[in-house]
Write a protein that binds this ligand. Sequence first.
Ligand SMILES: [Zn+2]
Length: 470
Amino acid sequence: MIFAHNLARVRRMRKTALLAAVFATPLVAQVQPAEQVSAERLRADVEKLVSFGTRHTLSEQDNPERGIGAAVDWGASEMRNISAGCDNCLEVVLPERMIEGSRVPTATRLRNVVAIQRGTERPNEVVVVQAHIDSRVSDVSDFTSDAPGANDDGSGTALVIEAARVLSAKSHPTTIVYALLSGEEQGLYGGRLLADWLGEQGYTVKAVLNNDVVGNSCGSDGYCDPDHVRVFSEGPRADLTDSLRAAQRREGGENDSPSRNLSRWIDGLAEQDEAGLDVRQIWRVDRMGRGGDQIPFLEAGYPAVRFSVAVEDYEHQHQDLRVEDGTAYGDTVDEMDFAYLAKVTQLNVRALDQLASVPIPPVPTAQAAVRTDTLLEWKGVAGASGYVVKMRRTDEPDWTQDGPIVNYERPRPGAVTPAGERTHSVVIPVRGDDWIFGVASFGPGGTSPFASAVPAGQFAPVVVEEDDSD
Ligand SMILES: [Zn+2]
């Protein structure tokens, strides 16, 4: 192994790793939020959403029983009910704007439901779970026909509400935002509004989990896969500048965006739960020729992934309710698999629970030019009690080699290191050209995703320099 010539150092590292593991284990075993997820509640919420007839973005806004207005109001009231049960732990707001575009012929009011569960230590750090509440039929402009949208995206909407129910019983060091977005089918308007709104709040966005079509396990051809959920992530990040793109072409990093590392982290989290779903990482932004509400967040520079079913059922999405040659079309409740939806919800809840507890990953740099070893450096991040280094060969998909656990400061309970207080550095005894390096931070709540030491590997938007041409 690569560190075999330095056994004493490896032994020191192992000892530190053991210590870290001991300190990272909660002292009292509690019922985990994910264990509280209820398939029955998920079904009841999807049925309620379907009962609004249509949730098309251009449908009625002031009818209390039918249309997008009633659906959004119901979503907000559900979040308020949840808040009433947790000593007002959620702040519920409805950011809105007027929209117009190719699929929105007349100026239309668009409203999102946003419930904020403030973090107790670093409320400015935010993890988002979201889904779109609007629905459609075959003709994207048809806002009067029944558009049940049970799976697309009643499933994701119910998931977000259920996540708020089970996670609101517990406080976290950082903030969780639960969001129901409108206007997705007309052009990702609600996602764009939320991405703008998060920026206006000045939040540091650690991760965005977009859930869209997460509640069926069989396709229109009869092929079923109830064991996997797909997690989509971008390669080269959307907010790269020309100079960063050039730097990635030279030095690598096209497979190391924060979204890609978030996907790897979720895959690793899923593997810890034998009864849960396996993640099939899909290393593209979305399905071929299609999109979703993770895209506006990627464009804003925020790490974001899309969860979606392993097998899509094209006869039961974006379809008019009808029977043709004996085949029933339409996005209806009877085509869904609520045990499967509960498992996707559990994985989201486990990811949110951890992401809201761990520090943000640091921003590592690697220096390896004309030297036989590699210098990794990064500034400390708020809430971290230590850092983990991992590495992989440049043609390997996932982190394969453990590097050192460094600058570990034995935490007093609740002790945290202020951000940027010191620069951490470690020399890895390998020639860096042949490796990709990643650094994660950890605290009492667990270990963050890894951030890669590549151009634009940071879990933060790219800052555009004044003079980008040099
Ligand atoms: Zn959708």
